[in-house]
Ligand binder design. Structure first.
Ligand code: GCU
Length: 602
């Protein structure tokens, strides 16, 4: 049926309707670094409808065509104010029983008033995270779509928002899994959907500071601080101030960018570390070329300065060998789903410290922005990861663009956070040519955006040759290895043989090991899913690691039990039970104390 035929109706005949919403992509080129800026929250009760057939986007509900060309009223299928309300931010799965397994499109809508404060100001709509594909409409206009379920994005709505009246905001979130997405449609975690992280407005002057990256130059001298600054356009001058380091320097801005290197006395620098999570007040003031005094833009941040490098098989923090005493953690809460808050983050860090740990692997996607901010304050080292997980469509250009954009959004969001020491470009991907091209390109991109951190991935063991061997390792600073000897592979002796066969010239982190146990299930050391079995497995694993000094860190799988719609035996009941703490985030299992003792003595 062609679009010209008399009875063509786009909302039921246009199979390619989604292409329209890929024409404006909201990505890492937007305003992502909002540290120190005032935010005006749009959190709260929004009207919501589960739109399983994506009709809002097919039928362009956002245009609100309530009358036909002759002015006669048309029957509409939406009813913004008539719909029930839902909490934002929230994982919609946890908000209504009928939405628990919902993976379609959800339509969120609300109005908000915008009152300009300064002439020429710009106003941005900021999303901390929405899963998975999010299309934004304001006052009847499509203003962009974001792909990716765990990274922030913003929309400059200056030219679309209307002053001094109610603005109609509509957001469609499509949570469908797809073989072409990142992650693809098969993962070992629950696919929560919706506007599950904060939403707010940010205002800036007409010309504003868009991004900054301030770090210690990693040359081992601890004597130079480098600052890169991006401005929304044009030329001008930026003043960088770090009072406690006696830095007050000018950075010349040309064509929107500028850099400066500032000398410090090494002895003056309190180097950030888990034992000393020292943060410095950093501020920038922008004076755009030819602008008046009212056009100044100011931002401020709190930044820790440290150096992370490798030397042979060692990881060096501020020049000293460090063993990463860690554990993996999902962003999954038994009451809130993928939605989190500072109290939950601080509780996870307390549990890590009670285990005598200093490091967390934030699996398998970027966690909430506040995690790295709080880890900076609490002195916890972090591995952050994008969800290039298992069988991604490595041959697909759209999948690569999506993955690279999520990596860029993660790095631009968190590269001023001292706690983040490792960027991970993925997890457990079969070693094929396409995967090698895809992930080595991501590793290269990570280094382009940040020359100071280490790049890794959770690689696979070569189970035929019984050795750590993955072609991707050549492009990584650290080789991460997931191994489940004693669980998926009962022949535990293979672990020692693999570690003995491995002649690596770079650090290895055992990024995953472990086994399942239902909290309170007791039995013999041979009873699968008993706490006694899990404890015995952990005792054997840590005994093996003690024989191999080239292991630079551990992040056993996993701190808490988490929802997983692949796990249905009587002990799991829809959960992955490899946690050392039950999903209630309170009840510790016997194996928790094995790691606690091991890290205490190590
Ligand atoms: C894999 C994977 C995890 C998964 C775990 C398991 O290593 O990386 O995401 O949950 O194994 O099987 O429990």
């Amino acid at each position: 049926m062609s679009e010209t035929s008399g009875n063509y109706q786009a909302d039921i005949h246009n199979a390619g309707y989604r292409e329209e919403y890929q024409k404006i992509l909201l990505d890492h080129t937007g305003l992502l670094n909002i540290a120190g800026r005032e935010t005006e929250s749009l959190n709260g009760q929004w009207n919501f409808a589960a739109d399983l057939y994506d009709t809002c986007r097919r039928a362009s509900w956002y245009k609100e065509e309530t009358v036909d060309l002759s002015g006669r009223p048309r029957p509409t299928d939406w009813d913004w104010e008539g719909w029930d309300r839902i909490t934002v931010p929230a994982s919609w799965n946890m908000e209504r029983p009928e939405l628990f397994y919902f993976e379609g499109s959800g339509v969120y809508t609300r109005t908000f008033r915008y009152v300009p404060q300064k002439a020429g100001e710009r106003v941005f709509l900021c999303f901390e995270g929405a899963s998975y594909e999010t299309s934004v409409f304001l006052n009847g206009v499509f203003i962009g779509t974001h792909d990716g379920g765990s990274t922030p994005f913003t929309v400059d709505m200056t030219d679309t928002v209307t002053a001094d009246r109610e603005n109609r905001l509509i957001v469609v979130v499509d949570a469908r899994r797809s073989p072409l997405r990142v992650p693809m449609d098969n993962t070992d975690w629950f696919n929560y959907g919706g506007l599950y992280r904060d939403i707010y407005l940010v205002r800036t002057p007409g010309i504003y500071i868009k991004d900054w990256f301030v770090r210690l130059v990693p040359d081992g001298t601890f004597s130079k601080i480098k600052a890169d600054v991006a401005v929304s356009g044009g030329g001008g001058t930026v003043i960088l101030e770090i009072p406690e380091l006696d830095i007050a320097g000018e950075i010349r801005i040309e064509q929107g960018r500028g850099s400066g290197v500032f000398s410090i006395k090494p002895q003056d620098l309190s180097r950030w570390s888990p034992e000393n999570p020292k943060l410095y007040d950093v501020s920038f003031r922008l004076y755009p070329e030819g602008a008046g005094p009212d056009d100044e833009d100011r931002v401020k941040d709190r930044i820790g300065f440290r150096e992370i490098k490798t030397r042979g098989r060692e990881i060096l923090l501020n020049g000293r060998n460090i063993f990463l005493k860690g554990i993996s953690v999902h962003e999954d809460h038994y009451l809130l789903g993928k939605t989190t808050n500072p109290e939950i983050i601080r509780a996870a860090i307390r549990d890590l410290k009670e285990m005598n740990g200093n490091y967390l692997r934030l699996a398998h996607y970027p966690h909430d922005r506040r995690f790295a901010r709080i880890a900076d304050e609490e002195g916890v080292l972090l591995w952050e990861e994008i969800p290039v997980y298992w069988a991604i469509a490595f041959e697909n250009n759209g999948a690569y663009r999506d993955a690279e954009n999520q990596l860029a959004e993660l790095i631009l969001r968190d590269r001023n956070r001292a706690s983040v020491i490792i960027w991970s470009v993925g997890n457990e991907n079969a070693d094929t040519g396409e995967r090698l091209d895809f992930m080595s390109s991501l590793a290269k991109k990570a280094r382009e955006l940040d020359e100071t951190r280490l790049v890794s991935a959770a690689c696979l063991v070569n189970h035929e040759k019984l050795k750590i061997e993955d072609r991707l390792s050549e492009f990584l600073d650290i080789t991460g290895i997931n191994e489940y000897y004693g669980w998926y592979d009962p022949d535990f002796d293979k672990l020692s043989r693999i570690l003995s066969n491995t002649n690596t010239d770079k650090p290895v982190i055992i990024t995953e090991f472990g086994g399942g146990a239902r909290s309170g299930q007791r039995g013999s050391v041979n009873d699968l899913f008993s706490e006694d079995f899990q404890k015995a497995l952990y005792i054997k694993q840590v005994a093996a690691f003690k024989q191999f000094p080239f292991i630079a860190g551990l992040s056993p799988w996993i701190l808490y039990d988490f929802r997983c719609p692949r796990r249905f035996n009587r002990y799991q009941e829809g959960y992955n039970r490899k946690g050392l703490i039950d999903a209630d985030r309170k009840t510790k299992k016997l194996a928790f104390f094995v790691m606690q003792n091991f890290y205490k003595e190590w």
